[in-house]
Design a protein around this ligand. Structure first.
Ligand SMILES: Cc1cc2nc3c(=O)[nH]c(=O)nc-3n(C[C@H](O)[C@H](O)[C@H](O)COP(=O)(O)OP(=O)(O)OC[C@H]3O[C@@H](n4cnc5c(N)ncnc54)[C@H](O)[C@@H]3O)c2cc1C
Length: 388
């Protein structure tokens, strides 16, 4: 069998969904974006909007009440929402990130228990891997889960957990065998209901961008969960996290493409209207070159993202490489394009009368979370060297 090549063609349903989300984003989310950024408060109204329109249900199979779409369709939705508000796009991206461990490794009973409410958007879920001493090196997690009869007792803490303070469920990665010979077997994954005694939100970070997305520090103190909340077997946690990233990193690439597209559109519109030296700045070749480069970078990132989704969905053996490729390229494109958008707008780009300064701040996170750009390069290089 020839390996998946990433060939894709958007179906009629995908185009319809993309366009419907685009209209919803323009009409209902864009008017809220500046205030969400200014207040740095989680936009509960947008979460409800996404739930009501079944957008939060996109990643979930129909048998659990979801829409049952493929990865590319989820990414089309994240892209369109992020085009006007990266914080709002992240609600869907994180909901998918948190649900993936259950979708990938949950038993039928666990899926029946948690997925219907998640698919309906009645509950939200977060993904808690990172700790103060375990960032890029995720296998260094220190949070402990110790078996006690039919339960596990979890002690430790997590940092930088998106939506950790508003989620009803958090997938917590904890060490069940800290001294395991293979570091990849140290961790197990647990679904934790956030109303359990011993679960606490100890801090919300002040951030440069995606300011409406609460980034929480979590503390677990003698937190008891039933053994039936463990996903997979003991020691499967690291593998579950890595398989999750193969499907969630394209979501961050989609967020990046959306941010870049939003900034490009604003810069192009501004260049048509703003006059200096007696003519629109869009007639100046240096501005034209900047706009052309912005378009080329955004479109290249988008095409790689869609191709990556297709390859991953088709079961590519090197799914981790595809996921890393699209996140790397899209994150860098978003950072460059938004920076250039500020340049096209001149001084007006630097003040919050226009959204491009917000988009530039929002873009930066796409180069950092779900693995920094350096880590994406490591993943790609390892795949190349292994295969050759
Ligand atoms: C706003 C926000 C939201 C987040 N949301 C979540 C979430 O929902 N869930 C979650 O679990 N985590 C989340 N994170 C954590 C995020 O994934 C980590 O911050 C990220 O993986 C980097 O880890 P670190 O910050 O500890 O940096 P470090 O690992 O300390 O890295 C510092 C620098 O060293 C480089 N570096 C590290 N190792 C290598 C290497 N081997 N080779 C080359 N360079 C290397 C890095 O690229 C970086 O430039 C979030 C972070 C932020 C800021």
């Amino acid at each position: 069998m020839t390996p998946p090549t990433g060939a894709y063609r958007l179906s009629d349903e995908q185009v319809l969904l993309r366009d419907a989300v685009r209209v919803l984003a323009d009409e209902r989310i864009a008017p809220r974006a500046a205030e969400i950024d200014r207040s740095a408060e989680f936009p509960e109204d947008i979460r409800q909007l996404l739930a009501t329109h079944d957008i939060l249900g996109l990643p979930f199979p129909e048998q659990y009440g979801g829409v049952g779409t493929d990865l590319l369709t989820v990414c089309l939705a994240i892209e369109q929402i992020s085009r006007v508000c990266a914080t709002s796009g992240l609600i869907l991206a994180v909901h998918e990130l948190g649900a993936l461990p259950i979708l990938l490794a949950g038993s039928d009973e666990q899926k029946d228990r948690w997925l219907p409410d998640l698919a309906a958007g009645r509950t939200l879920i977060a993904f808690a891997l990172t700790e103060a001493e375990a960032g890029s090196d995720a296998s260094a997690v220190r949070t402990r889960a110790v078996r006690d009869g039919d339960e596990y007792v979890i002690d430790g803490g997590k940092r930088f957990i998106s939506q950790g303070s508003v989620a009803d469920l958090v997938v917590v990665f904890a060490a069940t065998d800290p001294a395991a010979e293979k570091s990849s077997r140290r961790l197990s994954a647990f679904v934790v209901e956030t109303d359990r005694p011993g679960f606490a939100v100890t801090r919300i970070e002040h951030k440069m961008g995606i300011r409406g997305s609460p980034t929480a520090e979590l503390a677990f103190s003698a937190l008891r969960v039933p053994a039936s909340n463990r996903l997979g077997e003991e020691g499967d946690g690291f593998g579950i996290a890595m398989r999750t990233f193969e499907r969630s990193r394209p979501g961050i690439a989609a967020q990046a493409v959306g941010i870049a597209q939003g900034a490009l559109e604003i810069a192009a519109r501004y260049a048509r209207e703003r006059k200096q030296f007696g003519r629109p700045i869009g007639e100046l070749q240096m501005i034209q070159a900047m706009l052309a480069d912005m378009d080329a970078q955004t479109e290249a990132a988008r095409q790689l993202l869609y191709a990556s989704c297709a390859a991953i969905e088709d079961g590519a053996g090197d799914a981790a490489r595809w996921a890393a490729l699209c996140k790397l390229v899209a994150g860098d494109a978003a950072m460059r394009v938004t920076t250039d958008a500020v340049q096209v707008l001149g001084g007006y780009g630097y003040i919050d009368e226009f959204p491009v300064e917000r988009m530039m701040r929002d873009a930066k996170i796409t180069q950092l979370y779900e693995g920094t750009q350096q880590i994406q390069r490591l993943v790609i290089a390892r795949s190349l060297l292994r295969d050759s």
